[in-house]
Design a protein around this ligand. Structure first.
Ligand code: BES
Ligand code: ZN
Ligand code: ZN
Length: 476
């Protein structure tokens, strides 16, 4: 697993390495122990609207970062982006250690700056034969201005994001459905979750026809992972259940995807699974007082010799039948089983997280996820707000009954394919057929896997959703 930069709380800046000073106001430059010439220089550069100034001393450098003067939310995100800029400078100088002095700004602002710094330092190096050459040099940050507890909690959340990115970046040849369940079991138990995994026989006995159907073309059996965090004194009487799409690779099946520009990204089709797992894992490690269940149906989707065909009808876990018109709309088939299984928990909130549709990605791009559902508007607003605060934003799409017309089938209860428009919504509407509880569906096809770096998120798995969910649980 990729390890994050070690964050250590320190009482005093010792100045043996480069020091990053966070300041909220230009006048604070006076307090940084600079010579008059240095202080004047820094103030002059800040006058030119720069937010980062580097001062070279003989022994080390000081990097002064000025908190942008804007709204509270925007300030937080700009600080994360400044963290990313500083990260690039430190790595360019091949430094392995820095100190951050956050004592002149709010704790929240220091946290945001560090978030950006650490998230930008991520590199997925598992498969380079000579990883050392390209490794970011930064490994340790001393932090003044946060308590040991705050530094620990921040590290735990960022480790959750790193874990999610690692899982998404891992190719299917090493991370198939069985291996995914094994990792959930090992990591989950270490964090204090109870974990159970159903194998193919159990999945067959339970009648999870969607998961089995998608798996027909595969050499590797499906898995169904159940992770539960049920702390004593949990605030909720009924759990929050999250189902994550665990398609470890999506070729499209017999409705094969074109290779260029679409199939090549599809190792990331278990992004929903990675997000729900990484967030319940983090909630457990933070000992959050919320009862949460994460369910992951997992398989690859391939055109093997007995693969499910367009025209087949599958019977799902809850007894409803589905006409498979397109085998590339496989996510909803496995999620259907996950959701109807999840109803057993009588959740007070049911969620699905999935890289479900190209339509969601095209409509909003990598900048946000598409969310929808019939949960209480207040609960939806809380989730969106939790995302907004960490800059993992969501856009709500309508969930009107008009769209139900689009997924009618002539020969089964429902079809897995909608019409030409509203593809993200008809997919969500399909899923609602499989849960009777207050429901939110989050389609992360846009932000989950980046084809170019965005801010402090490098190319590849972004870890989108982990910080939003953990923040949502914290405030629940
Ligand atoms: N995994 C894809 C959706 C996807 C597309 C995720 C691009 C990330 C980036 C999903 O299984 C899929 O293929 N959906 C089809 C559905 C269609 C056949 C109704 C799509 O969106 O084209
Ligand atoms: Zn597909
Ligand atoms: Zn898919």
């Amino acid at each position: 697993m990729t390890s994050i930069v070690q964050l250590k709380d320190i009482n005093e800046i010792n100045g043996n390495c480069d020091v990053i000073h966070l300041i909220a106001d230009r006048s604070a430059v006076q307090e940084l122990g600079f010579s008059e010439a240095e202080a004047n220089y820094v103030k002059e550069v800040f006058q030119q609207k720069e937010k980062i100034v580097v001062v070279n001393h003989y022994t080390h450098q000081s990097i002064v970062v000025l908190v942008p003067d804007t709204t509270k939310l925007e300030k937080k995100e700009k600080l994360r982006l400044l963290g990313k800029d500083v990260c690039a400078r430190i790595n360019a100088m091949k430094k392995d250690e820095v100190e951050v002095d956050g004592s002149r700004v709010s704790e929240e602002q220091t946290v945001c700056f560090l978030e950006g710094l650490v998230l930008a330092n991520y590199q997925f190096l598992t498969y380079f034969s000579d990883a050392k050459k390209i490794e970011n040099s930064l490994v340790e940050v001393g932090v003044k201005g946060l308590s040991e507890k705050q530094v620990g909690e921040l590290s735990t959340v960022l480790e959750g994001v790193y874990l999610c990115r690692d899982l998404v970046n891992e190719p299917v040849i090493t991370l198939d459905a069985v291996e995914l369940a094994d990792r959930f079991t090992k990591l989950g138990r270490e964090a204090g979750l109870s974990v159970e995994v159903f194998d193919k026989d159990q999945i067959t006995d339970l009648g999870m026809g969607g998961l089995l159907g998608v798996n027909y073309g595969s050499e590797i059996p499906p898995t169904f992972s159940i992770m539960e965090w049920k702390p004593e004194g949990a605030k909720n009487e009924n759990p929050i259940v999250m189902v994550g799409k665990g398609v470890v690779y999506d070729t499209g099946g017999l409705s094969l995807k074109p290779t260029a520009n679409s199939m090549d990204l599809m190792k990331s089709d278990m992004g929903g699974a990675a997000t729900v797992f990484s967030s319940i894992y983090t909630a457990a490690r933070l000992n959050l007082p919320v009862w949460i269940v994460a369910l992951v149906p997992a398989t690859d989707n391939r055109p093997g010799k007995n693969a499910v065909t367009p025209g087949d009808v599958l019977e799902m876990y809850n007894g409803k039948t589905v006409e498979v018109k397109n085998t590339d709309a496989e996510g909803r088939l496995i999620l259907a089983d996950g959701l109807s299984y999840g109803d057993k928990y009588k959740p007070e909130l049911m969620m699905s997280w999935a890289t479900l549709t190209g339509a969601a990605a095209y409509s909003i791009g990598p900048t946000a996820a598409v969310m929808m559902g019939d949960a209480d508007p207040e609960v939806k607003a809380k989730l969106m707000e939790a995302g907004e605060e960490v800059h993992e934003r969501m856009v709500e799409f309508p969930f009107w009954s008009d769209y139900d017309e689009e997924i009618k089938s002539d020969i089964a209860d429902i079809s897995n394919l909608g019409g030409a428009w509203g593809g993200a919504i008809t997919a969500g509407k399909f899923l609602k057929n499989f849960t009777d509880h207050a429901y939110i569906h989050v389609d992360i096809a846009g932000p989950c896997f980046l084809t170019a770096p965005r801010g402090y998120n490098p190319k590849g798995g972004s870890g989108y959703g982990v910080r939003a969910l953990v923040n949502f649980f914290k405030k629940y």
